[in-house]
Design a protein around this ligand. Structure first.
Ligand code: ADP
Length: 220
């Protein structure tokens, strides 16, 4: 049997976390827990959480730590995550969230924190051509030659540009990443829990680097 894994993935918007998480989730047979996907589905369903989160997300801001910690704690306590593990994407995003995650995972600590490193100039380019299936979250790259409506080849859902992939919101999110999320690199790095992986390269190459990093961390 393939052993599960408890992983966190950090990286700028557009670094390729979404694409790599789908593969990592299949490879380690663990759920891909994306706080962004969870919030977007709450927005679509029009739940109280979704109504509150929509304005914050469209402006490129961050949803409050208390709310996010509650959502993640509940999700990590479900059976699949407790037994196999998970790949956590989009959380933690602040040092406060990282402290709370240490508390939540005290009994089952994470194996490794992966930092998917791609320079800011490159992610800006990638995000402006990013399109996403609103139902299953599969990422696509727009060439301008697509038919509309654009239908997802995986699930048949609508492929669209995210509401928060406008230039202003992207820049705001990247600024917030430097301010709030990049301190996590120091937080996990100084605890010896971080592996930085070069995210520039083909998806296959990046995936090979990520799985090698997880295997090495588990052997040590
Ligand atoms: P991106 O990495 O491109 O910003 P995500 O899909 O991870 O996209 O998240 C989309 C939005 O959801 C964020 O810009 C933020 O508003 C909100 N969000 C997601 N995760 C968190 C979190 N851990 N804390 C606060 N807000 C979050």
């Amino acid at each position: 049997m393939i052993p599960g894994a408890r992983l966190i993935i950090l990286g700028r918007q557009g670094a390729g976390k979404g694409t790599q998480c789908v593969r990592l989730s299949r490879h380690f047979v663990v759920p891909h827990i994306s706080t962004g996907d969870m919030l977007r589905s709450a927005v679509r369903e029009g739940t109280p959480l979704g109504k509150m989160a929509k304005a914050v997300m469209d402006a490129g801001g961050l949803v409050g730590d208390d709310i996010m910690v509650g959502i993640v704690e509940e999700r990590l306590n479900r059976d699949d995550a407790r037994t196999r593990g998970y790949i956590l994407d989009g959380f933690p995003r602040t040092v406060g969230q990282a402290h709370e995650l240490d508390r939540i995972t005290a009994g089952r600590p994470i194996d490794v924190v992966l930092d998917l490193d791609v320079p800011r100039e490159l992610v800006l380019e990638r995000i402006s051509s990013r399109r996403v299936c609103r139902d299953c979250g599969t990422n696509y790259v727009a060439s301008g030659a697509e038919r509309t409506p654009w239908i997802c080849e995986v699930c048949g859902g609508d492929v669209m540009q995210r509401d928060d992939d406008t230039p202003d919101a992207i820049n705001r999110r990247l600024d917030l990443y430097e301010e709030q999320t990049s301190p996590l690199i120091e937080y996990y790095g100084s605890a010896g829990r971080l592996v930085v992986v070069d995210g520039v390269g083909t998806p296959d190459r990046v995936f090979a680097l990520l799985t090698a990093a997880v295997d090495a961390a588990r052997r040590s």
